[in-house]
Design a protein around this ligand. Structure first.
Ligand SMILES: Cc1cc2nc3c(=O)[nH]c(=O)nc-3n(C[C@H](O)[C@H](O)[C@H](O)COP(=O)(O)O)c2cc1C
Length: 283
């Protein structure tokens, strides 16, 4: 959660990634927590107002949230916890008693212990999360409200179309983050790198443009920087490194990545990042 993330490395620039909830009290509370934790900014992800069609997750029945995993920010949030006693719309769930259900309950109880929550509270928390997470109605008006609700710099993540970039800039965001969510949302979506040049043009130098999705090597990063990105993000690579060798693995990945960026620039004969531009990519 945001306090712990900032706590382990107080010197680092920590951004709080916000998924808008259908419960504005929870959004408000998350923003206060990000401010109080000393975050450098809020990244509002706008491309995942509901989960995309993910055949592998579906085939494996993989949705860790149902086990209470990946919900720390909610399970420690006063506004979310206060709302647990409020009734939710929809039919009461009466799942059949199966081995899978039993395993799930045990996982929920384990997670609950970490957060000082009972099994009943965990069940309510999972249900409330599922009921409030998807927000297909997310609109520019909501973005404006988030903009006004925090004093922190606001970045919008998940933009691809130059018109959206222009709208975001006009609305007063402090940065745009070009991303197709690592291709996890819309199958066959435009590649983020392909969308980048027009996004940079649309931002007109008024705010920084960041990008991710498909960045795997230092050379990939150099290409994105040459096309006008101010920074790139790594998604899966750090997760793979984490799975293989924990914190040490992530450290090694970043060392190698940065070394390759430097080496690529040196081989190009580029001394400073500011020298990069689209002309470097012309054949
Ligand atoms: C397992 C997984 C979970 C993710 N969860 C989030 C998330 O909670 N919020 C978000 O903004 N993006 C999330 N993303 C998307 C990443 O932030 C990023 O946009 C994407 O992974 C970049 O593409 P790459 O994996 O090709 O580097 C997730 C990606 C993966 C693979």
């Amino acid at each position: 959660m945001v306090e712990a993330a900032k706590g382990v490395n107080p010197e680092a620039l920590v951004f709080f990634q916000l998924y808008h909830s259908t419960d504005p009290r929870v959004v408000e509370s998350f923003l206060r927590r990000a401010e109080q934790a000393g975050c450098a900014g809020v990244v509002l992800t706008v491309d995942t107002v509901q989960l995309g069609w993910r055949p592998r997750d579906l085939a494996l029945g993989h949705l860790p949230f149902l086990k209470g995993q990946g919900l720390a920010i909610y399970l420690t949030d006063p506004a979310f916890l206060r709302a647990l006693e409020e009734p939710l719309e929809g039919p009461a769930l009466r799942p059949r008693p199966t081995l899978a259900l039993l395993k799930n309950l045990l996982a929920l109880r384990r997670t609950g212990r970490r957060f000082g929550l009972s099994l009943t509270q965990m069940q309510k928390a999972v249900r409330r999360f599922v009921a409030t997470y998807s927000f297909p109605e997310l609109s520019w008006e909501e973005v404006r409200r988030v903009r006004e609700a925090t004093s922190l710099p606001l970045l919008l993540k998940g933009l691809l179309h130059p018109e959206d970039v222009a709208k975001a800039v006009a609305l007063g965001v402090d940065g745009v983050y070009v991303s197709n969510h690592g291709g996890r949302q819309v199958d066959g979506s435009i590649a983020a790198l392909k969308a980048l040049p027009l996004a940079v043009e649309a931002a007109e130098g008024k705010v920084p443009v960041l990008m991710d999705s498909g960045v795997r090597t230092g050379a990939d990063a150099v290409k994105a920087l040459a096309l006008g990105a101010k920074a790139v993000g790594l998604g899966r690579p750090y997760v793979y490194a984490l799975a293989l060798k924990g914190e040490e693995g992530v450290g090694a990945l970043l060392d190698h990545f940065l070394a390759e960026v430097e080496l690529t620039l040196a081989l190009m004969g580029v001394a400073r990042l500011e020298e990069l531009g689209p002309a470097w990519l012309q054949s």
